[in-house]
Design a binder for this molecule. Structure first.
Ligand code: FES
Length: 76
């Protein structure tokens, strides 16, 4: 089993979480994602009606964010 968890920042959209994770509320109760067994998508725009999960509201809310990792200077 691959235990690696990847959180991918999608352009103008949610965080896509792939791997064996659980999402819990502040009291420690597990939240059931809308599509169990599929990657989890977490709202990044703040407009979802199913927070913390994405419900695609970002597509009509005008949310924009294109994150890129900083690259280290090449010392070679
Ligand atoms: S990122 Fe999709 S609804 Fe917020």
């Amino acid at each position: 089993m691959d235990a690696r968890v990847e959180i991918r920042v999608r352009d103008d959209g949610p965080y896509k979480v792939t791997g064996p994770v659980v999402i819990v509320d502040p009291e420690g109760h597990e939240l059931v994602p809308p599509d169990p067994g599929r990657p989890i998508v977490l709202c990044r725009c703040g407009q979802s009606h199913t927070k913390p999960f994405c419900d695609a509201a970002h597509k009509t809310s005008g949310f924009t964010s294109c994150v890129r990792a900083a690259r280290k200077a090449d010392n070679g």
